[in-house]
Design a protein around this ligand. Structure first.
Ligand code: ADP
Ligand code: MG
Length: 231
């Protein structure tokens, strides 16, 4: 809890309400929410070294307080398999960001393990003016964006609330496995929901939280992108 408060305090001191991805992921880790392994690199040499140490394939992402949607500005490159690919991607990310947002302050490049493709889910938290923090669950992509197929509960939630949130979305059968796809680890999703509930209850200074997406496997789950906005 203290480490989380420190991260928030540090962002506030720098006049930021949006946490950087490594900050948001560090907060998640404090609450037992699984995230992809990551390291912050300051230059191309560090980037290639960290990629080597992480093990291929890796993902590179821009880290900037001025870039909220990293993918949209060409600030995310996936599935890099060699030191040369990493070097090229580093230059590409820098060039893309300079083109789309010339005055963006660049903090560094996040090197992370590439999570194997799987079913994507989204867990979010917003604040209801009357009832306080509300949790959201949905399947990733078109399920949330087009079909608005999501469930909500006011925090804090119990284990059975978490289970209900998962089973009541229309896309639930996808999590149970279909067309030979393996079933997703429902218990791992329950844990993420419970831990997110604990996090927002402990920290009312969180205005908005967005774990989007979380990849869910037969065993376990991994958050590949986390956003936290403070009051
Ligand atoms: P944005 O800031 O645009 O939301 P993300 O960090 O979510 O950027 O990255 C964009 C997309 O790239 C994600 O929705 C996900 O599909 C994929 N992605 C990002 N990081 C990883 C990773 N570590 N492993 C696998 N896929 C990833
Ligand atoms: Mg994202």
């Amino acid at each position: 809890m203290e480490k989380v408060s420190q991260i928030f305090e540090n962002a506030r001191k720098e006049g930021r309400k949006y946490l950087l991805e490594p900050e948001a992921k560090a907060v998640c880790m404090e609450y037992g929410i699984p995230v992809t392994k990551f390291r912050m690199a300051k230059n191309v040499e560090e980037t290639t070294r960290f990629a080597e140490e992480t093990g291929y394939p890796v993902v590179l992402k821009i880290v900037s307080p001025d870039v909220i949607h990293k993918f949209d500005v060409g600030g995310v490159v996936l599935n890099l398999k060699s030191s040369q690919e990493v070097r090229d991607a580093y230059n590409k990310v820098m060039a893309n960001v300079k083109k789309h947002k010339p005055d963006a302050k660049i903090v560094g490049v996040l090197v992370q393990e590439m999570a194997p493709p799987s079913t994507e889910i989204i867990v979010g938290a917003t604040k209801d003016p009357q009832f306080g923090p509300a949790l959201m669950f949905g399947l990733g992509g078109i399920f949330v964006e087009v079909l608005k197929d999501v469930s909500f509960r006011i925090a804090p939630i119990t284990k059975s609330d978490a289970r209900e949130m998962i089973t009541e979305v229309k896309g639930y059968p996808i999590l149970r496995g279909y067309r030979g796809e393996p079933p997703s680890d429902i218990n791992a999703i329950v844990e993420v929901l419970l831990n997110t509930s604990r996090l927002v209850m402990d920290h009312p200074e969180i205005r908005e939280l967005d774990l989007n997406p979380i990849l869910v496997y037969e065993k376990g789950a991994k958050t590949v992108d986390a956003r936290i906005i403070l009051e």
